[in-house]
Design a protein. Structure first.
Length: 408
């Protein structure tokens, strides 16, 4: 109940309506569960809680589920979906609500079904887990060959274009979005008293992005810094760089901008996945952990953080990372316990991979045989630990040239 009250305070009327539906679902739960048992010989009724509390999971986990359902991965099921108690973006919720079989009145039935599945194996088939079996990762490679499942109404499209004009972006002008993860988002927006320090290893400095963004504007593009909550404004006098996150930010535009950008420059902050579900190319920098190489689009590029061993005074190689537990470390203290320092990508490294994306989209990128050999070497290392998975993205060519020793 406390969480519902806090959600209403933050999001107002939409959250209040969501809370009412949640509470009304309680007396219906036993009847829905009995129906699931009675109808099991004919159809398997499944309950699924969307991961609507976090923007990246709300976008990608849901889109991957739809791609898999279209591909026939879940035959013979009747899926009834509901939202988490907290919703991170009500525009995205609105769009999923008109696309999916989402019913607030199944909330408690779904919660009870999930609790039963934890204790009785027979109930597992009645629960859709949006956080397991890959979650937000498109491990079957379906997104590259399917269109987006979300679309804007004509009124929403007109609203978005009018907003671009107010932001100072001329009609027909192209723009990129960029974002850097910092401590502000989880601290200010996720409705929990939990300490989020274990996520600190994923943070990066927005200042390192600025030279790359400045270069893009010199070529005629506009650039919008996005993010629901940020620690500080970007320091620039460039009129083509718009600090949307600190001056204009809103839930509708968060989704619209990501859907319209030429490409998205970001790190592991989940907002980049909104661009991915609309099939916009992504440049991911400061990737960590390395085991989670991007899996969403064939046009995507990435470069990882490097790991410096404080005792051995050297960087760990890709093989050492991928073929050990280090490749999947998801907590800050794990790196500290192994005497590892995470080294962010430099401004030059970020500029190089952004230049590569710009040239690839323009059709002017020229690769070399040596570049392709290094690329093949990297992916052969990944294939040892990620066999039979679709991973269509590429690691930045310049990053591999400068760090060829990490391929050893």
């Amino acid at each position: 109940m406390t969480r519902l009250v806090r959600e209403i305070r933050v999001h107002g009327a939409p959250a209040a309506r969501q809370a009412v539906l949640t509470l009304l679902s309680l007396p219906l739960a036993p009847f829905l569960l009995l129906a699931a048992v009675a109808l099991r010989p004919l159809v398997v009724i499944r309950f699924g809680k969307l991961v609507s509390v976090r923007i990246g999971h709300f976008a990608a986990n849901t889109e991957v589920y739809l791609c898999e359902k279209d591909a026939g991965v879940y035959p013979g099921t009747l899926d009834l979906l509901y939202h988490s108690q907290a919703v991170c973006n009500y525009q995205l919720k609105k769009m999923w609500d008109r696309t999916l079989p989402i019913f607030g009145l199944v909330t408690f039935a779904g919660l009870f079904a999930d609790a039963l599945a934890r204790r009785r194996a027979g109930w597992r088939r009645h629960v859709i887990s949006f956080v397991n079996a890959g979650g937000d990762r498109d491990l079957r490679g379906l997104m590259s060959s399917t269109p987006p499942h979300l679309s804007f109404t004509p009124d929403e499209h007109a609203r978005g274009e009018a907003a671009l004009a107010r932001l100072g972006i001329p009609e027909g002008a192209e723009f990129v979005c960029f974002a850097a993860r910092d401590k502000a988002y989880l601290a200010q927006t996720v409705l929990s008293p939990h300490s989020w320090a274990y996520h600190d290893y994923r943070d990066s400095d927005i200042c390192h992005y600025m030279p790359a963004v400045e270069r893009l504007t010199e070529r005629g593009w506009y650039a919008l810094r996005v993010g629901a909550a940020v620690e500080r404004a970007v320091d620039t006098g460039n009129p083509r760089i718009i600090d949307y996150a600190t001056q204009w930010r809103g839930e509708f535009l968060d989704i619209y901008l990501a859907s319209r950008c030429r490409f998205f420059l970001g790190d592991t902050s989940g907002i980049f996945l909104v661009a991915s579900i609309f099939r916009r190319p992504v440049v991911m920098v400061n990737l960590v952990p390395l085991y989670q190489v991007p899996s969403w689009g064939a046009k995507d590029l990435f470069i990882p953080k490097k790991l410096w061993h404080r005792t051995q005074l050297r960087f760990l190689t890709f093989r050492e990372i991928l073929e050990s537990e280090i490749g999947d470390f998801c907590y800050t203290d794990q790196y500290e316990q192994h005497d590892l320092e995470l080294v962010e990508n430099t401004a030059d490294e970020i500029s190089a991979v952004v230049d590569e994306m710009d040239q690839r989209l323009a059709g002017t990128w020229v690769t070399t045989a040596a570049d392709e050999r290094r690329q093949a070497c990297f992916w052969s290392l990944v294939a040892r630990v990620r066999p039979n998975q679709a991973l269509p993205s590429r690691i930045g060519a310049a990053f591999l040239r400068e760090n060829a020793n990490l391929l050893a």
